[in-house]
Design a protein around this ligand. Structure first.
Ligand SMILES: Cc1cc2nc3c(=O)[nH]c(=O)nc-3n(C[C@H](O)[C@H](O)[C@H](O)COP(=O)(O)OP(=O)(O)OC[C@H]3O[C@@H](n4cnc5c(N)ncnc54)[C@H](O)[C@@H]3O)c2cc1C
Length: 327
C-alpha cells in the first residue's frame, strides 16, 4: 500500500514542479547532495577524503521538451568540468530520458555523444543508468552507438529482468553496474518474487566477476554483500575488477566500513532541483525511509507538502490518472 502510494506520488507532475521551487524538503537533503554543483563538489570531497569514490547524478528524467534536455546536457558537461577542475575521484551517471530519449533517438544520442566526448577528454567514465523496460532496447542502442567511438561508457543490468543473463553476456566486456532493478515491471518481463530476484542477482554478479571486465555491485543488502565478499576471496578475484556501490545517505556506516576494509567503494551522489521523483521512489523502495521524512515533519512542522502530496495521490487514484507504471 505504502509502496503504491509513493510510486504514485513519484509520478505527480504538479508536486514535482512544486518541489523544484521549494528546494530540498521532507528530509530529501539527507539523500540528495545539494541543489547545485558547488554543493555536490563539497559532498564528493568529503566522501573522497574517506576513501570513497563517487558517481554523480544530475537529477532529472522523463523529459519531454528539447530545451529541458539541452539544459540537462549542458549542466552535466559543467559537472564534468567541475570534476576535472576540482580533481575529485568521481564519474557520471545519467538517464537517457533526461537527455531526450522520449523526444527523438538521434537528438538524445547527440546529447550523450557531447557528454561522453567531454568526459573522454578528461578520462572520466560515464554510466548510462537503466530505466524501465519501455526504454531498455533504446538504451542498449545508445550504448552500442557510443561504443563505436568511445570506450568510457557502460550501463546497468537489472537482475529482475527475465533476460538479464542474455544482456550480461552480450555486454560482458563493459564496465557494468548490476542491480536488483527499481521499476515496476509486468510478469512477462521481470521476476516479481523477491527470492527469485535475489537469486538471479547473485548469479549475475558471480558470473560477471568471473567473466566480465569490471563489476559494480550496487546494493544495500548486507546478505548479498557478505556473500560477494566470500565469493571474491574464494575465487581470488582481484580488487581492481569490482567495487561496491550504494546510494548517498543510505547505510553510511556500512559504506565507510567497506571502504576501510579495503574494498573499492563508490557512492551514487544525486543532486539538483529535480529531487522529488527520486526521493519518492526511495520511499517506495523502502518505507522505513519514512524515518527521514518523519524527522522533518515533526521537527519543522513541514507537513503541508506531504499532506498535499497524499491528497493529490488519492485524487489521482480516484480519477485513475496514473495509468503508467514506473519505478
Ligand atoms: C548505486 C545504485 C545505483 C542504482 N542504479 C539503478 C539503475 O540504474 N536502474 C535501476 O533499475 N535500479 C537502480 N538502482 C536501484 C536498485 O535496482 C534497487 O531498487 C535498490 O538498490 C534496492 O535494492 P537493494 O539491493 O539495495 O536491497 P533491498 O532489496 O531493497 O533490501 C534488501 C535488504 O537490505 C537491507 N537494507 C536495504 N536498505 C537498507 C537501509 N537503507 N538501511 C538498512 N538496511 C537496509 C534490509 O535488510 C533489506 O531487507 C540502483 C541502486 C544503487 C545502490
Amino acid at each position: 500500500m505504502l509502496k503504491d502510494l509513493f510510486m504514485g506520488l513519484s509520478q505527480n507532475q504538479f508536486l514535482n514542479n512544486a518541489a523544484k521551487k521549494y528546494g530540498l524538503k521532507l528530509g530529501a537533503q539527507s539523500v540528495v547532495a545539494g541543489t547545485n554543483i558547488e554543493e555536490v563538489m563539497k559532498s564528493i570531497k568529503e566522501l573522497n577524503a574517506q576513501g570513497i569514490s563517487c558517481t554523480v547524478d544530475n537529477l532529472g528524467e522523463f523529459v519531454f521538451k528539447e530545451e529541458e534536455a539541452t539544459e540537462a546536457k549542458d549542466q552535466i558537461i559543467k559537472v564534468i568540468e567541475a570534476i576535472h577542475q576540482n580533481n575529485v575521484d568521481a564519474h557520471i551517471s545519467l538517464k537517457p530520458t533526461q537527455l531526450g530519449l522520449d523526444i527523438e533517438y538521434s537528438f538524445c544520442l547527440n546529447n550523450l555523444r557531447e557528454i561522453v566526448d567531454k568526459a573522454n577528454q578528461y578520462g572520466i567514465f560515464v554510466n548510462i543508468d537503466m530505466e524501465d523496460t519501455g526504454h531498455l532496447q533504446a538504451t542498449f542502442d545508445v550504448l552500442d552507438d557510443l561504443s563505436l567511438e568511445y570506450d568510457n561508457v557502460g550501463t546497468v543490468i537489472q537482475a529482475y529482468l527475465l533476460r538479464a543473463d542474455e544482456y550480461l553476456e552480450k555486454y560482458k566486456n563493459y564496465r557494468l553496474r548490476i542491480v536488483k532493478g527499481a521499476y515496476k515491471e509486468p510478469d512477462e518481463y521481470a521476476y516479481q518474487d523477491k527470492k527469485e530476484i535475489d537469486r538471479n542477482f547473485v548469479k549475475l554478479i558471480e558470473w560477471h566477476l568471473l567473466n566480465g571486465k569490471f563489476t559494480s555491485i550496487a546494493t544495500h543488502d548486507h546478505n548479498i554483500i557478505n556473500h560477494v565478499k566470500a565469493f571474491v576471496k574464494k575465487n581470488n578475484i582481484p580488487n581492481d575488477k569490482y567495487e561496491f556501490q550504494m546510494l548517498y545517505g543510505f547505510r553510511k556506516e556500512m559504506q565507510l566500513e567497506l571502504a576501510k576494509e579495503g574494498y573499492n567503494f563508490c557512492t551514487y551522489v544525486p543532486f539538483g532541483n529535480d529531487w522529488y521523483g527520486y526521493f519518492m521512489r526511495r520511499l517506495a523502495e523502502r518505507p522505513q525511509n519514512l524515518n527521514l521524512v518523519a524527522k522533518q515533519v515533526f521537527n519543522k512542522k513541514t507537513n503541508t507538502i506531504i499532506g498535499v502530496a497524499a491528497g493529490a495521490f488519492l485524487l489521482g487514484r480516484m480519477t485513475n490518472a496514473n495509468k503508467k507504471k514506473r519505478k
